[in-house]
Design a protein around this ligand. Structure first.
Ligand SMILES: C[S@@+](CC[C@H](N)C(=O)[O-])C[C@H]1O[C@@H](n2cnc3c(N)ncnc32)[C@H](O)[C@@H]1O
Length: 362
């Protein structure tokens, strides 16, 4: 009896019959997406430069993708440096139909921008090392190297074609990268976050993930702190298929988010002069959220309403949120304001009275 042939499953350029090596993975969401589409990861090796521990710190979302990859039989390797991957103790015994490096980036250097020649040279060097190593890791016939990259200035200064040519590669095809082709690219939600996180870290800012405004006042770290200002820019409870922003149900969801935020923030402010700032569009249907009323429910009163100008915050990009186009910006219109709330005076008095009362009782 003839053996039943296994169906080859495809996603975009990739299929389950290819031997695929992925390098420089971030949170492994791309690898997980391919393995999911193939129904198996046995034809893939997914790698990152970082150790598993560092990865968990840098990319909190990596955990679920690593679990998924493991369950689908994908070989995952950490600490794989593209400069020397062809000598790697496991990889040196393997060969691949495709070697993939998505959005290569050699890292950030404080004081430099992506336009600086020195940084561009660092990126080019990374790509040179990658092409050189990948050259010896491909099957003899039809092997390919795929690099996904921004092709606008200053990224086009990297001259990928030239770098590839230096290692004997020629450009076969150039296909527009569409995130929508790879369902579930969660890490890619905000691909631009990586450079900002690095910068924040280097500047000593405490960055916390998985902070839900509904329960932030109980957060294990935040509960020990108090703030002069708590800021929530463009709050949005998410999108629901079939609903527009005008739908009462969606408006109620947004209001609920704000209610939770105000309620939690109330207990996180310094005793005197603490403020809550919410930046929000104030045209229809966003003005239906009635921020002032929601603030008042938690004892806040509106102190000031200042027109929000994006140019006041160089480098800031307001983001959509949601899934497919969450990293995209959205129009701010002309009715965008920062609303500054503080605790209502009578409440401050009430708190002080209560404190005095409890002191005299003790
Ligand atoms: C902009 S991120 C892209 C991450 C991921 N490929 C993606 O598309 O989401 C650049 C990646 O290049 C990796 N990288 C930088 N230098 C590397 C090296 N020498 N070897 C392997 N990966 C490297 C970083 O660890 C980082 O994950």
């Amino acid at each position: 009896m003839s053996k039943k042939k296994k169906k080859v499953r495809w996603i975009k350029h990739y299929n389950s019959a290819q031997k695929i090596l992925l390098v420089g993975e971030g949170d492994f969401s791309f690898s997980a997406c391919l393995a999911r589409a193939f129904g198996s990861g046995r034809n893939m090796v997914a790698t990152s430069l970082h150790s598993k521990r560092l990865l968990a710190e840098k990319h909190w979302s990596s955990e679920e993708h690593l679990e998924e990859l493991e369950s689908l039989g994908c070989l995952v390797l950490h600490k794989v440096n593209v400069h020397k991957m062809s000598y790697h103790h496991t990889l040196k015994h393997m060969e691949f139909d495709v070697v993939v490096f998505n959005f290569p980036h050699a890292g950030h250097v404080s004081g430099y921008t992506e336009k600086d020649e020195e940084l561009i040279e660092m990126h080019k060097d990374l790509l040179r090392g990658f092409f050189k190593s990948a050259r010896g890791m491909l099957v003899k016939e039809g092997g390919e190297v795929h690099v996904t990259h921004r092709d606008d200035y200053p990224y086009n200064k990297w001259e990928l074609e030239v770098l590839g040519a230096e290692s004997g590669f020629c450009l076969k095809e150039r296909v527009r990268f569409e995130k929508g082709d790879y369902p579930g690219l969660l890490a890619e939600k905000h691909w631009s976050s990586e450079e900002h996180l690095v910068e924040l870290e280097s500047l000593g800012c405490l960055v916390l993930h998985k902070v839900n405004v509904h329960k932030m006042s109980y957060h294990h770290t935040l509960k020990h702190m108090e703030f002069d200002v708590v800021v929530f820019n463009f709050p949005h409870a998410g999108h629901v298929s079939g609903y527009t922003e005008k739908n009462e149900e969606l408006i109620e969801m947004h209001k609920d988010l704000l209610r939770g935020f105000f309620k939690s923030a109330r207990g996180m402010l310094v005793e005197e002069g603490g403020e809550v700032h919410v930046t929000h569009r104030d045209d229809y249907p966003y003005n239906k959220w009635e921020l002032e009323v929601l603030g008042a429910e938690s004892g806040f009163s509106l102190q000031e309403k200042v027109r929000f100008e994006k140019r006041d915050y160089p480098g800031y990009h307001n983001k959509r949120g949601g899934d497919s186009s969450c990293n995209k910006t959205f129009p701010l219109g002309f009715e965008c304001f920062t609303l500054k709330f503080s605790v209502r005076t009578e409440n401050v008095l009430e708190i002080s009275c209560n404190r005095i009362r409890s002191m005299t009782l003790n």
